[in-house]
Design a protein around this ligand. Structure first.
Ligand code: ASP
Ligand code: MG
Length: 418
């Protein structure tokens, strides 16, 4: 059993869908599971649609139109006029329209999951029909029925045991020669309410299928030739890494590298299932492989910039020590407000944390802490993380920056800088 995951860029238009078929035809020995994302930038477009619905700015129809025309255009390129795919795509678009025009009933995160999941439904129905049309037998399995989560909408936590059971049961009842197609990123609660797993969560879905089925490998098809030691869009001299360990990947993803969704690694590592990252534009190229072998990890430095950070510094007003009790109390406050801490430091009476910028959440936290602490914060900073650093690399990456905090251990150095 192998699991292929196709991200948004790999299914962004009719040509890309045809290319996906070619990749499956050439390399897909059955049984194969195929997980697909929403087409191109559809998830962003759905987020804009939701913004229009919530703000009531009168732009709903315009936003709907953009989503409809992309999908209808792809459908008309792929199928003859009389093909049943048209009817199904139209039906989904009508459901989306009805939902977009319905008044807002739920809190933002829940509305988000109800609406944004349409991206994956649209892409999977189109791909399902296209593969059939090309003579490739396949079954479309609804991820809402398989990926079971809690009700933390927009960042739902998966019940891996129940999910594993449901995936295995579905596979048992599917004819063995059929390819199984499903949607990434989406799931549902026990009551069947739609949830999502966090942006770029399709990688994680692929890993969940692989874990449930003891797959031999996962291949994620991207528009780059594998993993790089830095984001090639930001650092033109970034270089590809042919092999990297689970351990290294989870650290890089955690610090913000856009290689793979950070939750993807655990299910794969736990079952020792390798992950390949390959280019859909050049499927014959080897790409990168991620597995448990750590022998090549330190060979070159990798670095990541996490933008949109805030450095919050607290100074104890009454000179109470920041001891273990106070520290754990403080951290519980950050957790309670859902503020993600990316670096922290303490001294006798100060505590400093570099956190993701979320104005609203940080403001409520400050309100709660300002009786006991003098609080200062710097907005608009970013966090640079270098794994397997050298002094030369540090010099190059911090040149002409002003450094507000630094933290170093044997493998990793981090700078909060402006
Ligand atoms: N379509 C979702 C997103 O764009 C999930 C994914 O692509 O993995 O975030
Ligand atoms: Mg994507």
């Amino acid at each position: 059993m192998r699991v292929f995951k196709f991200g948004g860029a790999s299914v962004r238009n009719a040509q890309a869908v045809k290319n996906l078929f070619k990749i499956l035809e050439a390399g897909g020995s059955n049984p194969l599971i195929v997980i697909v994302s929403a087409m191109g930038k559809t998830t962003n477009a759905l987020e804009e649609l939701l913004a229009a619905k919530i703000s009531g700015d009168g732009k709903i129809l315009e936003k709907l139109q953009a989503i409809s025309s992309t999908h209808l255009e792809i459908t008309s390129h792929l199928f003859p006029q009389s093909h049943p795919a048209h009817k199904q795509v139209n039906a989904l678009l009508n459901n989306l329209k009805a939902l977009a025009l319905e008044k807002v009933i739920f809190p933002y995160d829940r509305e988000y999951d109800r609406l944004v999941c349409f991206g994956e439904h649209l892409s999977s129905i189109i791909i399902h029909h296209y593969l059939l049309f090309c003579g490739m037998d396949n079954v479309l399995a609804d991820a809402h029925q398989l990926i079971k989560t809690d009700d933390r909408y927009r960042r739902a936590r998966v019940d891996t045991e129940q999910t594993g059971f449901l995936i295995r049961s579905m596979v048992k009842t599917t004819p063995p020669q059929s390819l199984i197609l499903s949607q990434g990123f989406i799931g549902s609660t026990d009551q069947g309410y739609p949830t999502t797993l966090g942006r770029e969560g399709s990688d994680y879905t692929a890993a969940l299928f692989a874990h449930a089925l003891d797959a031999q490998e996962v291949v994620t098809w991207k528009d780059v030739e594998g993993i790089y030691n830095a984001d090639p869009n930001v650092f033109p001299n970034a270089c590809p890494i042919p092999h990297v360990s689970f351990r290294e990947t989870i650290e890089l993803a955690y610090y913000g590298a856009k290689i793979i969704h950070p939750k993807t690694i655990k299910p794969l590592q736990n079952k020792d299932i390798p992950l390949k990252v390959k280019s859909f534009l050049n499927p014959k190229a080897t790409g990168s492989i991620i597995n448990r072998d750590t022998s090549q990890d330190g060979q070159s430095g990798s670095y990541i910039i996490k933008p949109h950070q805030v450095l919050v510094s607290l100074l104890s007003k009454d000179y109470d020590f920041i001891n273990e009790h106070r520290l754990s109390w403080l951290i519980s406050k950050f957790a309670a407000y859902g503020i993600r801490v990316n670096l922290m430091q303490n001294s006798a009476i100060t505590f400093t944390a570099c956190v993701d910028h979320n104005e609203e959440k940080i403001a409520t936290l400050i309100l709660e802490l300002e009786d006991s602490f003098y609080i200062r914060y710097n907005e608009g900073v970013h966090l640079l993380t270098i794994r397997h650093y050298s002094e030369d690399l540090i010099r190059e990456l911090t040149r002409s920056k002003s450094i507000l905090a630094e933290q170093r251990n044997r493998t990793t150095v981090q700078y909060v800088m402006k």
